[in-house]
Design a protein around this ligand. Structure first.
Ligand SMILES: NC(=O)C1=CN([C@@H]2O[C@H](COP(=O)(O)OP(=O)(O)OC[C@H]3O[C@@H](n4cnc5c(N)ncnc54)[C@H](O)[C@@H]3O)[C@@H](O)[C@H]2O)C=CC1
Ligand SMILES: O=C(O)[C@@H]1CCC=N1
Length: 303
C-alpha cells in the first residue's frame, strides 16, 4: 500500500499471520475482510468468519477465500473459528464485545492477538473478560469503511500490560501486537498508532468521518433539487463533485486549503457561498458534533 502520509502513518515489518478469524461480518468487519481478500494470496488459508444470522452468512456464500458460519446455525461457530487463529478481529457491536470475549476465552490459540474495532469499549474492559488469558494480546482499533477499497484510515491502540504479566511474554508484547494489527490494517489503508486515551477522539474524526461526507453529499443533492434540478441530475452534480475533489486531494500536490483557494476567485461566486457557510459558525458546529460523538463513546464505555 502506498504510504502518502509517511510522517503520521505506521508501517509494519511483521507479515500478517496466516490464520485469521473475523467474528461478526457487518458493515465494518465486512469491509476490512473484503479489502484484505483483495490483497491476499489465493493459496492462503481461508479467513474464518462468523455472523449472527444464517441470512447474513448466506450473503457471503459465493465469496472465495473465506468460510462463513452463523451462530444461529451452529452455536459453536465463534469458538470453532478462533481455535487456530493467530489473529482474531471482533466486528460485533460494542455491547457484544465482552460477551463474545467471554465465549471464546478458553478456545483462543496461545499468544493470539485479538483486535476489537468497537467504538467506546476500553481495553481494560476487554482484559477483564480475558483475565484468565494473559498470553492473549489485545488491540483496540478504529477503522473506517473505505477499508473496503484499500483506502481506509485506522487508529490502533495497544494495552499496557502490568510488568508482571508482560515479563512472562518476551520483549514487548504490546509492540508485537501493534505490529500484527498494523500489518492487518495497512493492507486496507493507512494506520496511525495512538495512545488509548485518543482512540475515541480519533473515532469522531476518521471512524465516523465517511458518514459526514455522505451527509454532505445528501445535503448538496437536496439543495440542488431545491434549485430546480431533477433528482438524477442533482445526484450527478453533488456526488461527482465530491468524488473528483477527493481525487484531487489524493493526488497530493495541494492541501485542502490550497485546493479551496484554487476554486475561490477573489470577489467571485464561491467566495460568497463560503462567506454564507462561515456565517453559520462551522467551527462551533464541528466542535459540537465531535463532542457529541465523544460523549456517546463515554456512555458506551460506562454501560
Ligand atoms: N460501521 C462503521 O463505519 C464502523 C463501525 N465500527 C465498529 O464496528 C462494529 C460493528 O459495527 P457495524 O459493522 O457497523 O455493525 P453491523 O451490525 O453491520 O455488524 C455487526 C455484525 O456482528 C454480527 N454478530 C452479532 N452478534 C454476533 C455473534 N454473537 N457472533 C458473531 N457475529 C455476531 C452480525 O451478524 C453482523 O455481521 C461496532 O462495534 C462499531 O463500533 C468501527 C468503525 C467504523
Ligand atoms: O457509529 C458508530 O458507533 C461507529 C463507530 C465509528 C463509526 N461508526
Amino acid at each position: 500500500m502506498t504510504n502518502t502520509t509517511a510522517t503520521a502513518a505506521a508501517t509494519s515489518d511483521i507479515a500478517l499471520p496466516a490464520h485469521i478469524a473475523f467474528l461478526g461480518l457487518g458493515s465494518m468487519a465486512g469491509a476490512i475482510m473484503q479489502g484484505l481478500l483483495a490483497t491476499r494470496d489465493a493459496a492462503a488459508p481461508p479467513l474464518k468468519c462468523t455472523t449472527k444470522s444464517a441470512a447474513s452468512a448466506a450473503q457471503y456464500e459465493a465469496v472465495a477465500g473465506i468460510s462463513v458460519t452463523s451462530v444461529e446455525q451452529h452455536s459453536e461457530a465463534n469458538r470453532d473459528a478462533v481455535r487456530q487463529a493467530e489473529l482474531v478481529v471482533l466486528g460485533v457491536k460494542p455491547w457484544g464485545i465482552v460477551e463474545t470475549l467471554t465465549e471464546i476465552a478458553a478456545e483462543l490459540r496461545p499468544g493470539a492477538v485479538v483486535v476489537s474495532v468497537a467504538a467506546g469499549v476500553p481495553l481494560a474492559k476487554m482484559r477483564e473478560a480475558l483475565r484468565q488469558r494473559p498470553d492473549v494480546r489485545l488491540v483496540r482499533a478504529m477503522p473506517n469503511t473505505p477499508a473496503l477499497i484499500g483506502k481506509g484510515v485506522t487508529g490502533i491502540a495497544v494495552e499496557h500490560l502490568p510488568a508482571a504479566v508482560a515479563s512472562g511474554q518476551g520483549a514487548d508484547p504490546g509492540a508485537q501486537a501493534a505490529a500484527v494489527a498494523t500489518a492487518l490494517f495497512s493492507a486496507v489503508g493507512e494506520v496511525v498508532v495512538v495512545p488509548e486515551t485518543q482512540i475515541d477522539a480519533l473515532s469522531t474524526v476518521s471512524g465516523s468521518g465517511p458518514a459526514y461526507l455522505f451527509w454532505f453529499v445528501e445535503q448538496l443533492t437536496a439543495a440542488a433539487e431545491r434549485l430546480g434540478f431533477e433528482p438524477e441530475t442533482a445526484t450527478v452534480l453533488a456526488q461527482n463533485t465530491v468524488i473528483g475533489a477527493a481525487q484531487l486531494l489524493e493526488q497530493g500536490s495541494k492541501t485542502a486549503a490550497e485546493q479551496r483557494a484554487a476554486v475561490t476567485s477573489p470577489n467571485g461566486t464561491t467566495e460568497r457561498a463560503l462567506q454564507a457557510f462561515n456565517a453559520a459558525d462551522p467551527e462551533a458546529m464541528f466542535d459540537r458534533a465531535l463532542a457529541a460523538a465523544l460523549q456517546r463513546a463515554a456512555e458506551i464505555a460506562a454501560a
